[in-house]
Design a protein around this ligand. Structure first.
Ligand code: PLP
Length: 402
């Protein structure tokens, strides 16, 4: 049931909340008087008031209602309510991009002097934002090994306010133990923030595992068809109110059109994730049997060192598979240049499968030593498995693997 709380809506989940697939299709929408079946797009920057007193009340948060689309737009609000319901959070704030979600969360919830402890395996721009800009805002940042809770324990400081992870990691699919890190954060007066971009709520619900906030790049699987850039933060109403206040003041908001596209994406999320995961799992098994492939990284494989953790905290192992070719960079580039259908791009979470060589693209700016430390070898190839038939994906790869 939606509850009015200040200017944004809190969406409370209860025990008999509908299933995820249903929430993706139905949650969060209040049909207008026109009786439309598909959600309307409110392409308007501002809203009108019936009199001066109403305008004053709305501006001062004394009455519910829309004011201006930087912080109140019905289409954006529908997306926020739907995603909050799917993640099992009280509330959500939609942002202009995934990076805007991370920036808004840090700017709203950290004070100068606070310490952030982040996973060493993070999206490149997130690492860059932490290293270059968070430090400039007076915060200190350290990095811990994603799969080693003891390392986090050692590095946590009295002034640590935020632990930040992305799990599974890109491209080596290492997992963070969300429950263990959430407990560590809570015990130390910090919050655990999980970037749930790779799994989406269809596979993993970090809040249910104890995490305090969930971040999304809606650009990836939530859209699912590579059309729009957007992001979101989901969590408890108190923290989200702070992030919302920052968004109102600073402005990195989501456009109503993009919110509508993401709503359509959420409708098919559960169905698409099933197919991404089924194909990726089968492709990982198939790759293991290829003579020129020396190693496959996929948390759904029995050979993955964290396969049991994956079974515990994810309902399926995800759509991204990485593998090493024995022939190093030459073999990796040869494979990439041989594909006819799979797109050569570093994007992921698209209906179209993509293939990339991390060592010279996403991780190309690292020194050789940093790359070696991160485990990104010259023979490593990453595939984000799309929605094409698996048969055609395999057929496309076989020439380059032969
Ligand atoms: C893409 C991505 C981001 C950044 O999202 P944008 O929408 O591109 O700003 C953050 N985290 C992860 C894991 C990503 O893949």
């Amino acid at each position: 049931m939606p509850i009015f709380c200040g200017i944004f809506i809190v969406y409370t989940n209860n025990a008999d909340s509908p299933e995820l697939a249903t929430l993706g299709v139905r949650a969060g929408y209040d049909r207008t008087g026109e009786g439309e079946h598909s959600e309307a797009i409110f392409a308007t920057s501002s809203f009108v008031f019936s009199n001066a007193a109403e305008a004053a009340d709305r501006f001062q948060n004394n009455a519910p209602g829309n004011v201006y689309s930087r912080f109140t737009n019905p289409t954006v609000r529908t997306f926020e309510k739907r995603l909050a319901a799917m993640e099992g959070g009280d509330a959500c704030v939609a942002t202009a991009s995934g990076m805007a979600a991370i920036m808004a969360t840090c700017a709203a919830l950290l004070e100068a002097g606070d310490h952030v402890l982040a996973s060493g395996d993070l999206f490149g721009s997130t690492t860059q934002f932490f290293r270059k800009y968070l430090t400039r805002m007076g915060n200190t940042v350290d990095f811990a090994a994603i799969d080693d809770v003891a390392d986090w324990q050692r590095k946590i400081l009295p002034q640590t306010r935020m632990l930040f992870v992305e799990t599974p990691s890109n491209p080596l699919t290492r997992l963070a133990d969300i429950s263990a890190l959430a407990e560590l954060a809570s015990r130390n007066g910090a919050m655990l923030v999980v970037d749930n971009c790779f799994c989406t709520p269809a596979l993993q619900q970090p809040l249910a595992l104890g995490a305090h906030l969930v971040i999304h790049s809606a650009t990836k699987f939530l859209d699912g068809q590579g059309r729009c850039v957007g992001g979101a933060v989901v969590g408890d109403s108190e923290r989200i109110a702070d992030v919302f206040a920052f968004l109102r003041a600073a402005g990195p908001c989501m456009s109503p059109f993009n919110a509508w596209v993401f709503l359509k994406g959420l409708e098919t999320l559960e169905l698409r994730m099933q197919r991404h995961c089924e194909s990726a799992a089968a492709l990982a098994e198939w790759l293991q049997a290829q003579p020129r492939v020396s190693k496959v990284f996929y948390p759904g494989l029995d050979s993955h060192p964290q396969n049991s953790l994956c079974r515990l905290q994810q309902s399926a192992a995800g759509g991204v598979v990485s593998f090493e070719l024995a022939g190093g960079r030459e073999a990796a580039w040869q494979l990439i240049d041989a594909v006819q259908m799979i797109s050569i791009t570093a994007n992921l979470g698209d209906a179209k499968s993509t293939i990339t060589h991390p060592a010279t693209t996403t991780h190309g700016r690292l020194t050789d030593e940093q790359r070696e430390q991160a485990g990104i070898s010259e023979g490593l190839v990453r595939i984000a498995v799309g929605l094409e038939s698996l048969v055609d994906i395999q057929r496309d790869l076989i020439t380059g693997l032969g």
